[in-house]
Design a protein around this ligand. Structure first.
Ligand code: P6P
Length: 287
């Protein structure tokens, strides 16, 4: 039980940091002259959020390792048994256009890189019209997923359990259409006749659409990038944990994302999450 209490404290600390991260965004919309380990441009806001979260999470007794999408390697923060993998500002390119973005936190019981089955908690903060957190604590498949209001003081006020609607409504797919493999493009042709397009360039905001309205989000394998764009440790595993906890499914194209073997801290993985029926059709289309 103490592992779960410790995992809960990580989510509390992430929520507590959220108001300061949000308040720090306006003055940090400029790109720095540097790239992150994935070769992406880095915003001043990325570094600001990363530094804040390293302190907030790394100072917890239960946390022994802090890893971030913005850092080449993990940081040893003590003797705690938990490893946290953070995307400090998922979708930070939305800052310039003033669109939603968020903070993703994955809490693993073990060393990194870790498989999704080693998760003991996951959550994301969504900096939307309202600051909210979607989170779950427990082993994958055993954790209910809740939505919380994050108050100005950084407290979490539970707003209820999240359950994926049975009737899907929206879809959102990353990558350029000409870069989609033919089998994925054929799946899109089917889905776009049935659902409404919701794609905003920040994974957690697009996944939030799926959690609210039912449907499917994917950043698939591309002809130019067979493993897609999203990172397993920081993005794929936590959103798979959350969508599955809300009654949906995840897939890397062949099977659950949580079963993907972790070999590198920044390894990429094709991400598809949403209603089980839509994920099953996707896997059939990609066989
Ligand atoms: P694109 C943000 O940079 C991110 O990692 C995810 O949050 C998002 O889903 C994706 O990349 C957006 O990528 O190619 O649409 O800009």
């Amino acid at each position: 039980m103490e592992r779960l209490d410790a995992a809960e404290s990580v989510l509390d600390a992430a929520a507590a940091a959220a108001p300061e991260i949000r308040a720090g965004l306006p003055g940090r919309r400029r790109y720095l002259d540097e790239e992150n380990p994935s070769g992406e441009e880095v915003l001043a806001a990325d570094v600001f959020a990363d530094d804040l979260l390293e302190t907030a999470l790394g100072d917890l007794d239960a946390v022994g390792t802090y890893a971030s999408e913005e850092r080449a390697s993990a940081v040893d923060t003590g003797d705690g048994p938990l490893s946290v993998a953070v995307d400090p500002l998922d979708g930070s390119s939305n800052l310039e256009s003033n669109n939603p973005m968020g903070t993703v936190v994955a809490v693993y019981d073990g060393t990194l890189p870790a498989a999704g089955r080693d998760l003991v908690a996951a959550g994301f903060v969504l900096y939307g019209p309202v600051t909210t957190m979607v989170a779950g604590v427990g082993a994958p498949g055993e954790a209910d997923v809740y939505e919380y209001l994050v108050t100005a003081d950084g407290d979490r006020e539970e707003m209820g359990v999240i359950a994926l609607p049975d009737d899907p409504t929206v879809y959102g797919f990353g990558g350029r259409v000409p870069d989609w493999p033919a089998d994925f493009a054929a799946y899109v042709d089917e889905v776009e006749d049935e659902l409404k397009l919701r794609y905003g360039g920040a994974m957690i905001a697009d996944v939030s659409q799926v959690l609210s309205y039912g449907g499917v989000f994917a950043y698939p394998a591309l002809e130019s990038a067979p493993n897609g764009k999203l990172r397993l440790q920081f993005e794929g595993n936590p959103v798979a944990y959350l969508v599955e906890g809300a009654g949906g499914r995840s897939s890397d194209g062949t099977g659950p994302i949580l079963d993907v073997t972790a070999t590198d801290l920044h390894q990429r993985v094709p991400v598809h999450v949403g209603n089980a029926s839509l994920i099953e059709r996707l896997e059939s289309a990609l066989q």
